[in-house]
Ligand binder design. Structure first.
Ligand code: SF4
Length: 223
């Protein structure tokens, strides 16, 4: 896209600080059902689902955890079976060797340091083996204590198209977004962008003609 066109488009929609609230409000109407797609009943199931969701789809994780959570109910259960058995049980989520190692490491620490409970403090979550910032962010947000904004491929793309960030690196994108998005919206903001990215703002073919942001809030609109 030529620079002059981008400049004109940005001028047309106005500064991001003024746009962020109406963007959130319109997306909340458009995607009223936007929520985490992983199925879980407890903080432990939430943590495990998020850990298994790396490099695969939520649908795939739910298919695996439907049986997994019947067999493994407590952190101890993940350590009580041979490694090969747990590997088999999570095989379909991919990267099963690394995920098994991470799960067992996390369960071990939860038992030894946190009395068998998933910790609530963000820093404690980050100290669990295999738990990176994105996982800790998802877990905290779902427990009503968002500490940051989850950045996945949809959040990255839609944020860039809305000119909320120019960054490529997820950590830098998150830094831009937490400055911009009101703290009360940190948990729902990524869900709204993820669902918008899946349903309308497609990576290759954004359906701008159906988008509630196209007319006045998106500098990348093609209509
Ligand atoms: S107007 Fe188009 S590019 Fe902008 S958010 Fe909507 S679908 Fe995406």
């Amino acid at each position: 896209m030529p620079r002059s066109y981008v400049h004109e488009a940005r001028k047309r929609v106005g500064p991001k600080k003024a746009r962020v609230r109406p963007v959130i409000e319109r997306l909340a109407v458009e995607h009223a059902d936007a929520k985490i797609a992983l199925a879980f009943q407890s903080p432990l199931e939430l943590l495990i689902s998020v850990m298994l969701s790396a490099q695969t789809t939520d649908v795939n994780v739910n298919r695996v955890t439907e049986k997994l959570f019947v067999k493994y109910r407590r952190p101890e259960d993940y350590l009580a079976v041979p490694v090969a058995e747990l590997e088999r049980d999570i095989f379909a989520t991919g990267f099963y060797r690394q995920k098994t190692k991470s799960l067992r490491g996390a369960m071990q620490r939860i038992i030894e340091v946190h009395d068998g409970e998933v910790p609530t403090a963000f820093e404690d979550l980050l100290k669990l083996p295999g738990v990176a910032r994105k996982t800790a962010n998802v877990v905290s947000a779902e427990r009503g204590e968002a500490q940051g904004i989850v950045v996945d491929t949809h959040v990255r793309r839609v944020s860039q198209r809305l000119a909320f960030t120019r960054q490529e690196d997820p950590v830098k994108i998150e830094r831009d977004l937490v400055r911009l998005v009101p703290r009360a919206d940190w948990a729902r903001f990524p869900h709204l962008l993820i669902w918008h990215g899946r349903r309308i703002c497609d990576a290759r073919k954004p359906r701008c003609e159906e988008c509630p942001l196209a007319a006045d809030l998106c500098p990348s609109s093609r209509v």
